[in-house]
Design a protein around this ligand. Structure first.
Ligand code: DGL
Length: 258
């Protein structure tokens, strides 16, 4: 079957790469909203319109399931997308619940990195209120990281300085887990690993999202059929240079994280 993946830019490729590894025989259509990336600093109304338009364009590609591989887009539009389209739709949210559960025994705190828009949405507030009964979750917006990522800025020194500045006010001994609540952030997992003390675990929602996708697809009975493992990369700006950038990013993820 053909599974659509959507993100504002190259972030969702971190989720697509996971899916291609776990479900290699499916066909994929990936759409990046290059006309409007980054979403994080924009308003809820703006992002809602961008997501609905881009997903409508993806439906024209014959997708039979959709992964909203973007925490920001999910928090704003996943409910409306499910009302509009009669296909399985998997959204993403920061992996706060597993992080809180993993930390219960250690008594350490959880630090969630995400975009400012994700962190300001009622959906995030509701998630934290539901799972964080001991008040151990703190949240840190990292909008610049999306810009670095879209610019393919992977200079170790620049990124280490950036993380150190952002984390300067945190007593990291008190934290046990950092949650990457934006799909652009896993590109920086290795650099972040060197900045954080070794006892802090780094988690993201990618594997959990693809497990959910796989179980949803088998429940809908849509896992079989003609399968060829093709990947079509698209962007709203129709920019051939951006398609090449996505191909390179996907290869980089395969080389570094598979
Ligand atoms: N990758 C996205 C997310 O997971 C959005 C980043 C952005 O466009 O600001 O939240």
């Amino acid at each position: 079957m053909t599974i659509g993946f959507f993100d504002s830019g190259i972030g969702g490729l971190t989720v697509l790469e996971e899916s291609m590894r776990r479900l290699p025989a499916q066909d994929y259509v990936y759409m990046a909203d290059t006309l409007h990336v980054p979403y994080g600093p924009k308003t809820q109304e703006e992002v809602r319109g961008y997501v609905l338009d881009a997903v409508e364009a993806m439906m024209g590609e014959g997708i039979e399931a959709l992964v909203v591989a973007c925490n920001t887009a999910t928090s704003i539009a996943v409910t409306e997308l499910r009302e509009r389209y009669d296909i399985p739709i998997v959204g993403m949210e920061p992996a706060v619940k597993p992080a809180v559960e993993m930390n219960r025994a250690t008594g350490k705190r959880v630090l969630v990195f995400a975009t400012p828009l994700t962190l300001s949405m009622p959906k995030y507030y509701a998630l934290v209120s539901r799972v964080d009964d001991e008040g151990i979750v703190d949240s840190l917006p990292l909008p610049e990281l999306v810009l670095y990522c879209e610019d393919l800025q992977f200079d170790k020194r620049i990124l280490e300085d950036y993380f150190r500045t952002k984390l300067a006010e945190y007593d990291l001994d008190r934290y046990g887990i950092v949650v990457l609540g934006c799909t652009h952030y896993p590109y920086y997992r290795n650099i972040l690993r060197e900045v954080l003390p070794p006892h802090i675990e780094i988690v993201d929602g990618n594997a959990g999202t693809i497990r959910r996708l796989a179980s949803l697809l088998s429940r809908y009975g849509v896992m079989s059929g003609r399968e060829s493992g093709q990947v079509k990369l698209m962007c709203t700006g129709n920019d051939p240079a951006y398609i090449v950038k996505m191909q390179n990013a996907l290869q980089w993820l395969r080389d570094n994280y598979s």
